[in-house]
Design a protein. Sequence first.
Length: 296
Amino acid sequence: MKKMSLGSGFLLFITALIWGVAFVAQSVGMDYMGPFSFNGARFLMGGMVLLPVVWVRRSTDRKKKNPRAGWKVTFAGGICCGLALCTAALIQQFGILYTTVGKAGFITTLYIIIVPVMGIFLGKQVRGRVWIGAALAALGMYLLCMSERLSLSRGDALVFLCAIVFSIHILVIDYFSPRADGVELSCIQFFTAGLIASALALCFENPRPSDFLNGIIPLAYAGILSSGVAYTLQVIGQKNMEPAVASLILSLESVFSVLAGWIILGQALSPREMAGCALVFGAVILVQLPERAKTV
C-alpha cells in the first residue's frame, strides 16, 4: 500500500472517531434546541472556524507563489457538498423521530454498500476485497446496532434516504477533492449547509439566544470538532483513497459511538455489540491490506 494511502486512511480513522463521540454531543444538544437550529449553528460554527485557516493558507501560497486550485471549481464543489451534507443531516434527524436509534444506526451505515454500487454506474473499478469487506461491515453493523426486528416504517424509509444522500456526498467529495482546495471546499460546504438549516430554523422553529448559550458545550464539539475538523479531514483524506474504502473506514463512527456511550454515559457493551465492533474493524483492516505483487 502506498504511504500516502496509509496517511489518508489515518485521517479518515480520526474523522470516524470524532464523529462517533459527536453522537453524545448531538444527543445532549437536542435537549436545548430543534434540529434545524442545532444543525444550522453547528455548520456555521464549523465554517467560521475554517476562515482563519483559509486566510493563512492563501497568504502563504501567495508569498511562495504556489499554484492554487481554481476558485470556480472550489466554489461549485463546496455548494454541491453543502447541499448534500445539509440534506442528509436533516433527513437523518427527522428519521430518528419516527424510528429507533438502533435501526437508524444500521440503516444509515448502509452507505458502505450503496457507495460501491453507485460507483459501478459511474465507471469506477471496485476490488472484490472491498465487496467482502462491505458485507462483513454490514453484518457487523447489524450486530452492533440492531436489537429488534427490522421492519420498514416511515422513519426507516427516511433514514434509508439519508444513507443514499450520504453516499452521494461521499462521491461528490471524491469528484471535487482532487480538483479543488480541500480546506476551502470544506469551508464553503459548511456555510452552505449552515445557511440553509438556519433559514429553515427561522421558518419552522423559534430559536432563542439562551438556547444556544445553554447548549454551547455540545454545540461547540459538534461545530468545531465534528464539523470544522472532521469534515475537513474527510475531504483531505479522500483525495488519495477509493470512495468505497473511505466509506468503510468512516463507518467506524458507529463503533466509536457505542464505545463513547459506554465510557461517557456508562452504557455497557453486550457480547453481541462487541462482536459487531470486531467485524467492522476486521472489514476495515481487510480492505487496507496491501495487494499481492503480480508475477510475470
